[in-house]
Design a protein around this ligand. Sequence first.
Ligand code: NAD
Ligand code: UDX
Length: 464
Amino acid sequence: MSKIKNICCIGAGYVGGPTMAVVAAKCPDIKVTIVDLNAQRIAAWNDENLDNLPVYEPGLDKIVAQARGRNLFFSTDVDKAIEEAEMIFISVNTPTKTYGLGKGKAADLKYIELCARQIAKVAKTDKIVVEKSTLPVRTAEAIKNILDNTGNGVKFQILSNPEFLAEGTAIEDLLNPDRVLIGGGTDTEGQEAIQALAEVYANWIPQERILTTNVWSSELSKLTANAFLAQRVSSINAMSELCEKTGADVNEVAKAIGMDSRIGPKFLKASVGFGGSCFQKDILNLVYIAKSYGLHEVADYWEQVIIMNDHQKRRFASSIVRTLYNTVSGKKIAFLGWAFKKDTNDTRESAAIYVADDLLFEQAGIAVFDPKVEKGQIYADVNYLGTRSEAQNEKGITVFADPYEACKDAHAIAVLTEWDEFKEYNWQHIFDNMKKPAFVFDGRNVLDGEKLREIGFVFQAIGK
Ligand code: NAD
Ligand code: UDX
């Protein structure tokens, strides 16, 4: 197989954008074109003002500035990019199905199938098609079936190359990944395709971190990694509730167990619950796959991770209500943070959405401040739940551009995202302007509770 000169990536989202920007920055000899049907998103990627990129990630602006217009291009001309490329990444969304068979659990693969059909229609030369999206195990088979029926003699190789970046640290994760995983066919053509992709990554990633497997192992490894990571969060969150009952401190417990090298210290932060576009979706998908093979115990085991996470979000909201004398009706509750984690503008499945929904049922007035999330997104997130009218949501939620204004006259503050800047606020000033007693519910264990209590706050954290 000759060297790759042209790459096309379908899907200019949180994965396609940063991933391909790094490929272009590290491989100046390869032309990388990222295409999307969403013209507004493509325009934002092409915006001269790098503050307007559609994805916020630390360091992304510099990478885009380095490569854009040189060998990195963003376009809505999907067909042209497919035609030109020898290698096509599919990086479109694979959300949980909201209709029909597998509703609420299975991954919705309609966008993947559309891509495969479009590639089949347009391709005139042989292509390597790379699954970058997270997919159910054995999806490559379906893609291959579609591609192999074009009748025009074009040969396709399908690779699985799941992405392990985490939002907020995407650029660092892409520049210096723990590993890159490439799954492909075991025959000669499959191995050649794997090699072609491995050579792209070899421009900046040491050989020993490029792992190759068969396609099915690669597809399943991605779901497994997310399930294990989410399970750790649910495990420590389960212990956080027990800590609150027993006088143990979840941070101390996490430190004590994390020093066991078999357990390790990462991913043991108790929180208001995990969010993000991946964990819940991928575990639900895993549960669906297990059930479809009749593996009910396996399915139930993983489903418990989600059940625990839902419980953690719900009990945070009910603890606010209970502590505020069993009613928040007409009270102002300030939310610090709306994103599902710090250093991202992504709000998908953020715990904040569900806590807000519960408190709106209790007739609270919610005042939101987030350093990176736009106002319209916050309303869209709550409206998407469909639990009340848009007008009621607009009445119940006010979005502020200034954290001090959000907290002014509030009865309580709830920390929903662990943004670093929250630690640096003038908490005395915030206290002075709040209703008394002034409550803080730290859903991320980021604030200095002792200092806040000295100021006069009634302070509650997770797992303490
Ligand atoms: P996203 O929604 O941000 O982006 C997907 C993009 O694909 C959208 O802009 C959409 O317009 C575009 N698209 C959909 N169908 C298209 C088509 N037929 N032609 C052209 N464009 C099309 O999604 P994302 O967060 O980037 O996730 C993409 C995939 O990567 C998912 O499978 C996800 O599970 C996986 N993943 C995500 C993350 C993450 O942190 N977000 C990490 C690892 C893996
Ligand atoms: C995750 C995986 O980490 C990544 O490898 C995969 O490619 C995509 O899904 P992401 O969802 O972007 O990444 O962020 P992550 O850092 O995993 O956090 C997910 C959620 O768990 C966030 O809401 C975060 O706040 C929460 N979390 C994480 C905790 O509550 N405690 C922890 O210790 C770690």
